[in-house]
Write a protein that binds this ligand. Structure first.
Ligand code: GAL
Length: 670
């Protein structure tokens, strides 16, 4: 592994740059680097979709344009993040070798189209990708201007061709030790006579075949296989680059979670995590949007528990949201510094310049169709570049969270496809965000971690709706609490194992019954118009969607249901287990109950909180505080000590006034 930052220990500021679209506009190519320098950009991501220019015919490589681009950029002091072009294949490749194109869920081979339309199993696609990657590594691997490899683009999607299906069967054989009995048991295939008697009978879930939610063991294995195959392809690209060029770090840009692949399986192969963030700012509930973006930043930071890179964001609007709103004055700075606050060592954009044609011509860019290095958006970008230069000392620093939320993709897939409860939407992600908000609004940093990660070191671990729990994770939770940790779990915890088989002997599965001191016997789902309440002390809290009926064994009852046939039964419980504590929230509340519980737990554990106005937060990175206002009106934020503004040098004692959408980066004054 190569530490990112060794080649360029400053914040990166730049964009995806696509000069290949402008080859017949030499004046544009000349102007760009000058305008980039004016915008205080120091690096560009180049070559992401350049395959057709780099290899116009099979085996014929043309690097002159890329040479010129890197040279022109470096003449202005701008570094290059160099992409491998496998995110979109040239036409000749698909025409000559149709197997490289995907077969869709309906079983149809797609025509040449779009970008991410290639089979990760196809030996030919692999061979051609390795060949071009190797050429790129040989040519640019020693170029000091190339500071990072950008492997492909937003790996995603799946293919159902015969090659993929056979690879899936081989993967299953390995997973189940070549033993069909094991597979049949894991998939509970005796249900509806689905017993597999020959590996060749296995097909992925498809439109004309098994739906996702019928044989969920098959579906979950397919999802894991698709992740595996994608990671395998990425590893192949990384190995090709590293073989020639071991000293330049690699990344791959990821997307907003949840996706259909599990990024956790990517993290060990890349040197630095990067992701593309496109929040729908200025939606009706701006605070929700800020919380969601913060949660995602934390998720990506925690893949490696290190600083990450914001690889793409828009300087103004997107072109693919339902409504593509402009960023209001202040939002560009706020959203960009939010990423930095949560651990990003870059602010990168899609895209440097709006194309003249194609579907992204109206997507926001630093340079608009007017071609001018001026205007509101350009000025926002320029100011961001200046800010990042002033914040240099923050670059590379880390976050030390005492609270973790377990948010797991495999759990999400299992829960979303479980037939039962409320089928329309189990709201797993929304629930995680609701729990996270209690910490966000108090300025408490949170690690967002997956099942399988160590829990030691956290004062508090929150596990909303952790329905699918492998045996090892149950052990991990038990040990964490036994050794003095505190966990909070909710309804639907530990119902099934990793292949979606229910735990026998009562929920939550196995040792968790002892940890939480209860059994969860039944779960009631509520119609949207229904509500219940929980009475906790003198207070009553509104409950929606789910009421689990639990029987305490050793747990102490803190709150009880206020209505229905289960009125008076436990809804909120606490169990002292060995040297730790385990809380169980048996119902979905509208936020106030969980919020009160978390306020209390934070206070008892003496975790630092801030008293903040609604819509404001403080995010810490090392000793630095990022004070953020997501309101469309000014606020005053109380501060516990005296701080210095890293950009302006101003001193703030006891409070700071922030304008609408304002943000300040503060350092404690000795
Ligand atoms: C990203 C993608 C970019 C561009 C951008 C538009 O997902 O990586 O190439 O399409 O979206 O927002």
């Amino acid at each position: 592994m190569k530490e990112f930052g060794t080649l360029y220990p400053h914040f990166l500021h730049g964009a995806d740059y696509n000069p290949d679209q402008w080859l017949s506009y030499p004046e544009v190519l000349e102007q760009d680097p000058r305008m980039m320098a004016q915008a205080h950009c120091n690096c560009m991501s180049v070559g992401i979709f350049s395959w057709a220019v780099l290899e116009p015919e099979e085996g014929v490589y043309r690097f002159e344009e890329l040479d010129r681009t890197i040279k022109r950029l470096s003449a202005r002091g701008i570094k290059t993040i160099l992409a491998t072009p496998s995110g979109a294949r040239p036409r000749w490749l698909a025409e000559r070798y149709p197997e490289v194109l995907r077969v869709n869920k309906a079983g149809l081979r797609q025509h040449y189209s779009d970008r991410h339309n290639h089979c990760f199993t196809s030996p030919i696609y692999r061979e051609k990708t390795v060949a071009i990657d190797r050429q790129l590594a040989l040519r640019y691997g020693k170029d000091p201007n190339v500071i990072l490899w950008h492997i492909s683009n937003e790996y995603s999607g799946e293919c159902h061709c015969q090659l993929c299906q056979e690879a899936f069967r081989q993967w299953l054989k390995k997973k189940y030790d070549n033993d069909l009995d094991k597979l049949n048991h894991a998939w509970w295939s005796a249900f509806w006579s689905h017993t597999v008697t020959d590996w060749a009978q296995i097909h992925p879930p498809m439109q004309t075949g098994e739906p996702d939610h019928i044989m969920t063991g098959l579906y979950l294995d397919w999802r894991s296989f698709v992740t595996h195959q994608t990671v395998d392809f990425m590893k192949m690209e990384i190995d090709t680059i590293r073989e020639v060029c071991p000293n330049v770090p690699v990344t791959t840009n990821m997307m907003w979670t949840p996706q259909q692949i599990d990024y956790h399986d990517f993290k060990d192969y890349i040197d630095v995590v990067s992701w593309d963030a496109y929040p729908s700012w200025h939606e009706k509930d701006q605070i929700r949007c800020a919380v969601d973006a913060a949660f995602n930043h934390n998720y990506f930071r925690c893949l490696k528990h290190k600083p990450f890179l914001l690889m793409e964001s828009t300087p103004s609007n997107t072109n693919w949201h339902a409504v593509n709103k402009l960023k209001r004055p202040g939002m560009h700075r706020l959203a960009s510094l939010q990423a930095v606050a949560h651990g990003s060592d870059s602010v990168q954009y899609f895209q440097w310049r709006k194309g003249r044609g194609g579907s992204e011509k109206f997507h926001g860019a630093v340079i608009d169709h007017n071609g001018k290095a001026s205007g509101r958006v350009f000025e926002d970008v320029r100011q961001m570049g200046i800010s990042l230069e002033k914040l240099d000392q923050v670059c590379g620093t880390s976050t030390h969270a005492k609270v973790a939320i377990v948010y797991d993709l495999k759990n999400h897939w299992a829960l979303s496809n479980a037939s039962g409860f409320i089928n329309e939407d189990k709201q797993y992600v929304k629930t995680c965000l609701q729990h996270y908000k209690s910490f966000w609004k108090r300025g408490v940093d949170v690690d967002v971690i997956s099942v399988g990660e160590p829990l030691e070191g956290y004062d508090l671990v929150i596990m909303p709706m952790l329905y699918s729990l492998p045996q090892e994770q149950i052990e991990r939770i038990e040990q964490y609490v036994a050794q003095g940790g505190t966990v909070v779990a909710t309804y639907t915890t530990g119902y099934v194992n990793e292949t979606d088989l229910c735990y026998l002997g009562g929920f939550p599965g196995q040792k968790l019954k002892d940890v939480f001191g209860l059994t969860a016997d039944e779960i009631d789902s509520l119609y949207p118009e229904e509500q219940n309440t929980v009475l906790w002390g003198e207070e009553s809290y509104t409950v929606v969607d789910y009421c689990e009926l639990v029987t305490p064994t050793t747990a102490q009852v803190l709150g009880t249901y206020g209505a229905d046939f289960y009125k008076g039964m436990p809804a909120l419980l606490k169990n002292n287990y060995k040297t730790g504590e385990a809380y169980y929230i048996a119902c979905r509340d509208t936020g106030a109950l969980t919020d009160r519980l978390y306020a209390q737990l934070l206070q008892e554990r003496k975790i630092k909180t801030y008293a903040l106005p609604e819509g404001a937060t403080i995010t810490s990175r090392a000793q630095y505080l990022f004070v953020q206002n997501y309101n469309d009106h000014p606020i005053t934020v109380p501060l516990p000590a005296t701080y210095r503004d890293l950009e302006t040098g101003a001193l703030y004692k006891g409070a700071i006034a922030l304008e609408a959408l304002g943000v300040a980066v503060l350092c404690p004054e000795a």
